[in-house]
Design a protein around this ligand. Structure first.
Ligand code: NAD
Ligand code: IPM
Ligand code: MN
Length: 352
């Protein structure tokens, strides 16, 4: 079980350390961890946010455990040298097109949701975010118009095969859950979205047991806070999925709680190759203070055991330990409490 660990920047190393403690406590036979540089840390050391040796390490592993990248001091660099290119590059180079971002209410945490407790209690949804296309990966640039004004531009597009493969992932996920799929787009304005919708409808023919509905992204953002319990699986493009998942985290209680799996088609001897990371970033405002909530990172390790190593039992054990810690009132600053990163890790380990 070869796991490449890329902790990255800011709180990335802090939360990843706790995820590793949890993994090591399971004493899984044959588990090998090796670490690589990504993000601003890699740029400082190697002059590039995703050095060739890091990419090679990822390719030779069975799974990647990722922390976070991003450093405000690097925001002025040429785009291809910015820390974020590490995670974007890994997603693209490793064909990780399907990003699963589950968001479910945690018992005892309803009072921490940004929503009323009775609304928050019903949340149990999965965002299936396309991860290799959209305006993220289109041509982009800045230019000066004839009249001298500067213009920035980014090309949004989806090819039908890109939509088809993520749609299949989402329909299959819905089959394994409550059988409801909401496809989120902006087809009333964007051609990219109209094609998205047309292809999702075509794919629906293969899944008569799944109830499909379509929602414009503005309405979806509204429904997500009005009545999040109405959603089962949500499938959407790269940009809308990025935004809606951060929003979903606050419906549950904190961005420090939401994990993600980025999957492609490659199979290893153990399961599906994948990259696992919290949905949050490097949180420069609290980095280096030992205050970050490591639960999202710990839950990402659980997703890794489930999807890349077929270890459902251990994955569920980790998730239960986190849920129990929350139910027992273990709360970081993001949840109105005083527990630090290490203390939260200790609390999860005790319950494991
Ligand atoms: P962010 O997610 O890093 O932080 C947003 C807010 O949430 C901050 O106030 C932060 O303190 C808080 N927060 C985030 N995670 C937390 C945790 N585990 N515990 C407690 N509080 C937490 O988003 P941002 O501030 O917009 O971005 C900061 C940097 O991270 C940027 O450079 C951005 O590009 C990068 N980023 C990277 C990833 C990634 O590596 N996958 C994801 C998102 C953002
Ligand atoms: C995320 C992040 C990334 C994204 C950034 C860091 C490129 O926000 O993983 O949600 O936009 O996908
Ligand atoms: Mn994001």
């Amino acid at each position: 079980m070869k796991i490449a660990v890329f902790a990255g920047d800011g709180i990335g190393p802090e939360v990843t350390a706790e995820a590793l403690r949890v993994l090591e406590a399971l004493r899984l036979p044959g588990m090998v961890l090796f670490e690589g540089d990504v993000g601003a840390a890699a740029w400082h050391r190697h002059g590039h946010p995703l050095p060739a040796e890091t990419l090679e390490m990822a390719g030779s592993a069975d799974a990647v455990l990722f922390g976070a990248v991003g450093d405000p001091l690097c925001d002025g660099l040429d785009r291809h040298l910015r820390p974020e290119q590490a995670v974007l590059g890994l997603r693209a180079e490793l064909d990780l097109f399907a990003n699963l971002r589950p968001a479910a209410a945690m018992p005892g945490l309803e009072d921490m949701s940004a929503l009323r407790p009775e609304v928050a209690r019903a949340i149990d949804l999965l965002i299936v975010r396309e991860l290799n296309g959209d305006v993220y990966f289109g041509d982009k640039g800045t230019r000066t118009l004839d009249d001298g004004r500067r213009q920035g531009w980014d090309m949004m597009s989806y090819a039908e095969d890109e939509v088809r493969r993520i749609a299949h992932v989402a329909f299959r996920a819905a089959q394994g859950r409550r059988g409801q799929l909401t496809s989120v787009d902006k087809a009333n304005v964007l051609e990219t979205s109209q094609l998205w919708r047309d292809v999702v409808i075509e794919v629906a023919g293969d899944y008569p047991d799944v109830a499909l509905n379509h929602m414009y992204v503005d309405n979806a953002a509204m429904q997500l806070v009005r009545d999040p319990g109405r959603f089962d699986v949500v499938v959407t493009g790269n940009l809308f999925g990025d935004i809606l998942s951060d929003q979903a985290s606050m419906c549950v209680g904190s961005i420090g709680l939401l994990a993600s799996a980025s999957l492609g088609e490659r199979q290893t001897a153990h399961g599906t190759f994948g990259l696992y990371e919290p949905i949050h970033g490097s949180a420069p405002d609290i980095a280096g203070q030992g205050r970050a909530n490591p639960m999202a990172a710990i839950l990402s390790a659980a997703m890794m055991l489930r999807h890349s190593f077929g270890r459902e039992g251990e994955a569920a054990r980790i998730e239960k330990a986190v849920a129990r810690a929350l139910a027992d009132g273990v709360r970081g600053g993001d949840l109105g409490g005083t527990a630090g990163t290490r203390g939260i890790g200790d609390a999860v380990l005790e319950r494991l």
